[in-house]
Design a protein around this ligand. Sequence first.
Ligand code: GLU
Length: 441
Amino acid sequence: MTTTRFAPSPTGYIHVGNLRTALMNYLIARKAGGTFILRIDDTDPERSKEEYVDAIKQDLEWLGLEWDRVERQSERLDRYHAAADKLREIGRFYEAFETPTELDLKRKKQLNMGKPPVYDRAALALSEDEKAALRAERGDGVWRFKLDHARIEWADGILGDISIDAASVSDPVLIRGDGQFLYTLASVVDDTEFGVTHVVRGSDHVTNTATQIQIIEALGGSVPEFAHHSLLTGPQGEALSKRLGTLALRDLREQGVQPMALLSLMARLGSSDPVELRSDMAELIEGFDINRFGAAPTKFDVQDLFPLTARYLQSLPLDAVQAQVDALGVPAEKQAAFWDMAKENITTLKDLEGWWTLCRDGAEPLIADEDKDFIAEAMALLPDGPYDANTWGTWTSAVKEATGRKGKSLFMPLRHAVTGMERGPDMSALLALMETVRAKG
Ligand code: GLU
């Protein structure tokens, strides 16, 4: 059975980069009728915060990315201990005592000699007495996984065939000196025990994957399928990492971006299929194929979300936005006509308020000096409300008759005077909704 997981660390709000990972894993699970796990990677007690756990859940709920199961790494420490014991038993785990400064020095020396900065495994040569002495002097060491120096290969769902020489990678530290389990071990144990079959994550994890494959094999687990998506860049190809803080999902929600617009973009961006606005999750699942994604960095422009949001809103019936329309105080009998008029003229739902204010309170008229007399004459011909869908037609005919104006010189000054705007919605529809026309005085 297909099982995927999204595994954020609760150390901040999730952003568009995380969403790419979450969505791909979600869609793979749903497409296969499998299980999608939300795994909270909270083994770091200093940096993990409960408020971020809540925020991650809220953001995923907002998008409709429902998980079937939640797991927390902080509740699974006994499992990680058991795995560590097993690695010790089979001789693949060793304690090392170098300080960060010593490691740094070693790396610099290697680089000076033109060698790759790979940990030299000096700790493997320590006798038990030497280790005891170091432990007494420096406290517990870190625990490193002893890689098997062979090539590590996998068929990546996005990158294609990957082959990494394990000798070019340092034996990864899986437990810190203070006993904290690091992500690599915790992730491997969880993926194995939860039966995760597919792991999609960012291409910054490729080296992790290589070492994780060996750890999984050492622990007797089965290796999932891996796919590494490219990292997002800004519209000009610039690194996005520094700006991701401003691209948190909650900020986009705050700006009025619609979930379906965001999901539609992210489900296709960086793939060979065009971005298409989807109306619901079922369509999104149907149209998704991980193998269509490419390895090249993917450009993301937050501005692309707004036209998609506008188009999505245009497709909605009134009942989908009932709560927002109610909240504005639009009277029940006007709601359907209001939504029909407004949906064609908004980018996000935040724009609805402006339209309703215009309908309810009217607008500061826009009257050119040369049109002053014309508008005064026209306004005298505008009946008192309530207006309806025929008012504009009847009124403009009467004004035409009385003033002899026609076409643009008739309609435009009237539009400007009634709406205070140069252009806008169909005037029959708009005037029918207006409760006040300020130019009428
Ligand atoms: N918590 C890890 C991260 O945020 C998970 C990576 C993974 O998917 O294995 O990078």
